[in-house]
Write a protein that binds this ligand. Structure first.
Ligand SMILES: [Zn+2]
Length: 378
């Protein structure tokens, strides 16, 4: 059974952080089982459980990796869960393959970070773990920045997705064109990765345009409109597997409705390096609102998402691509730093940042067409 583990970072003492990359002392300690701390002698001759294997190891570990520890004896699950620690802190889900193997799936590990892990606990017979119980690994580094900060107005394709699903109703033509199947989406992400694309966020693009950071090779931004639940359940695992970032435009008033992400899922996506942008409170056509209605849709959605996430929400997307000069100026005044339309476009400059165009990815589009479009815009 899976559950969310709010893991408390364990402060490892200097003696325990010496990360070993193997488990060489595996067979050396079966006589130490008398080292129990409850004074009992009943189990003294019983050998203590040991860690048989722990993964991952090494220094280029993918950020999507799960952490697994296999013990030599069936373990008391609660005792292991209580003692499991990873430092620096990562959120994720702790679960069991069976009584021998515990598995921690982080939401997403950070890039280029050295992690230290520790396990403890007792066998189901109450004998404490013996032998080595700490190890470490380092995740793969971020992609190198190959474009100097602020050097011109770059071409950065911004792809526009809606649903990542098999369209449930064959007669629903709009639903079909808005739905990229999970299989097609995975192929598209595979193709982008194989062809040297790096999926970034608007925050990274702004850092570049402001002269504060470079850009990796072939930068691309993947956007997902409306905050559908399949972004969390289907797209996010595929994105994390590729170490791709992305942008999810959430309709703040729709969170928790059937088919939409819950507030907890939006928060978890944010913690997995997904930029959460605003797509208004009610997915309203902003060109048909009163001034007060327009202000409300643009500012209340920003405030609700910022309260949920605990940091500024700076990207906006016009619902159904509808905007006017008045709409653009209200979005600008509300404190956003960029907004996207449904028009075609790929040049990125600060001047045009409230009318950034995108490339629509439609259901049924062939991979060849997808590749041609991505290359043409980059
Ligand atoms: Zn929309």
């Amino acid at each position: 059974m899976w559950f969310v583990a709010a893991l408390v970072a364990i402060g490892l003492s200097p003696a325990t952080v010496s990360a070993s990359l193997s488990w060489v002392d595996r067979d050396s300690s079966s006589s130490t089982s008398s080292a129990r701390d409850d004074g009992s002698t009943r189990l003294e001759l019983r050998p203590g459980p040991q860690v048989e294997s722990a993964e991952p190891l090494g220094d280029r570990v993918p950020v999507s990796s799960a952490i697994t520890v296999t013990f030599s004896q069936p373990m008391s699950r609660r005792s292991v869960e209580r003692s499991f620690g990873i430092q620096p802190h990562v959120e994720g889900r702790l679960g069991w393959v069976d009584d021998f193997t515990v598995r921690f799936q982080p939401i997403r590990l950070a890039r280029g970070v050295s992690y230290q892990l520790e396990v403890g606990g007792r066998s189901i017979e109450g004998v404490p773990l013996v032998g080595q119980n700490t190890w470490g690994f380092t995740t793969a580094a971020a992609p190198p920045m190959i474009t100097n900060p602020g050097s011109g107005a770059p071409r950065v394709p911004v792809l526009m997705y809606h649903y990542i699903r098999v369209n449930p109703d064959p007669r629903d033509h709009l639903g079909f064109s808005l739905s990229v199947t999970p299989r097609d989406f995975a192929s598209q992400m595979d193709w982008l990765a194989a062809n040297g694309f790096h999926a970034i966020t608007f925050r990274e693009l702004h850092a570049y345009l402001a002269g504060a950071a470079g850009l990796p090779g072939r930068p691309i931004i993947l956007t997902f409109d409306d905050g559908y639940e399949d972004f969390y359940t289907t797209a996010l695992p595929i994105l994390i597997r590729h170490d791709f970032r992305a942008v999810s435009y959430v309709v703040s008033g729709f969170m928790g409705r059937p088919g939409y992400m819950t507030a907890a899922q939006v928060r978890e996506a944010d913690r997995a390096d997904i930029e959460i942008g605003s797509h208004t409170v009610d997915h309203a056509d902003l060109t048909r609102q009163s001034y007060d209605g327009l202000r409300y849709e643009v500012t209340a959605s920003k405030r609700a998402l910022e309260e949920l996430l605990g940091h500024p929400v700076l990207s906006f997307c016009y619902p159904s691509g509808m905007f006017s000069p008045n709409v653009v100026s209200v979005v600008q005044q509300a404190g956003y730093s960029d907004a996207t339309t449904t028009k075609y476009g790929f040049w990125r400059s600060l001047d045009g940042r409230f009318l950034w165009g995108r490339l629509r990815v439609s259901g049924g589009q062939s991979l060849a067409d997808f590749a041609t479009e991505a290359l043409r815009a980059s």
